[in-house]
Design a protein around this ligand. Sequence first.
Ligand code: RUB
Length: 321
Amino acid sequence: MSDDTAEERVHPSVTEAASDIASMEIRGAATIAAAAVDALRTQATETEAATPADFTETMYAAARRLHETRPTAVSLPNALRYVLRRMDGTTVDRRRETVVAAADAFERRLDRARGDLGKVGANRLRDGDVVMTHCHSTDVMAVVEAAVEQGKSVEAIVKETRPRNQGHITARELDEMGVDVTLVVDSAARRYMNDVDHVLVGADAIAADGSVVNKIGTSGLAVVARERGTPIVVAAGTLKLDPATMTGNAVEIEMRDEAELFDGDERDAIGDITVDNPAFDVTPPRYVDAIVTERGQFPPESIVTLMRELFGEGPTEPWQE
Ligand code: RUB
C-alpha cells in the first residue's frame, strides 16, 4: 500500500458522484441515495488496500466525501449507513464482498419500496382525480404510475417549482405516462386548488414529530390545500425517515447559491440587496393527511413508531468514527 491518506485514495468516480450531487446534476432524495451507494460500490471494488483497516478507512473517507454534498436529504446518510454497517470480515476481500452485497441489496430494496409505496398511494386515488404536484419526486411518480396501471385516469396540475424548475421533469414524465398535464407557475397554486383532489408531494426528510421537509414551497402549498380541505399526501419511502430527529436534532435546511435565481446581468441590475435561496421548507404535521411508505400509509403523528422500529439503533455515522 502507498503512503496516501484515506482521503487521497477516494476513487475518482466517488469524487465525480459527489460533485454531480452538489451541483444537482444528480438530484432528488432517492436518486441521490442510489448514486451514493453506487459510488461506494465502485470504491469497494477498485480499492487496493494492504490491510482491512486501510480498506475501512478508505470507505469511510469516500462516505464523508459523499455525505458533505447536500445536507437536507436524509436518504444520503441513511443509505451510507445501510451499506457501511454491513461491511464486515477480517480480510480485505471479505470486506469488499460485504460492501458490494449491501449495495446490491440496497438497490433492490429501493426498487421494491418504490413499487410497494406506489400501490399504497394509488389506492387513495380514484378514477378521474386531479392531483397537484410540487418539484419532482420519484416516489410521487410511483404513486401516479401505479394508479395509471390500475386503469385510473389521472390529471395533474404541475407547479413549475422555481428556481430550478423541477416541475418540468415532472410534467414530462407524467405526460409520458399518459397523464393529462397542466403546468402552472408556483404562485398559481391557490387559483387552481378548487380543481384539485389531492396534493401529492415527496419528502427529503421526515422528522419524528411527523414534520415533512421537502422542496421550498411545499409548506405554503399545504396551507393552501388545508384551507380548501384538499388532502395532502406525502409519498416517501422509509429511507426518508430521519432517525436523528428522535433525539431532538433538527433537520438542516440547505441554502443554495443566489446564482440559481438569476440569468445573465439580472443580479447586477437589482443592486446591492440580500438574496436568500433556501432549498427546502418544513411542513408541520397538522397540514399533512398521510405519509405513504412501502410499509403502508401513516398519519404523520404516528410515523415515529415506524421510525423506532426501523432505526432503533439511532443515527450512527460509522464514517465519522
Ligand atoms: C427534490 C425534492 C423531492 C424529494 C423527494 O429536491 O424536494 O421532492 O427529494 O424525491 P432537489 P424522491 O431537486 O433539490 O433535490 O421521491 O425522488 O426521493
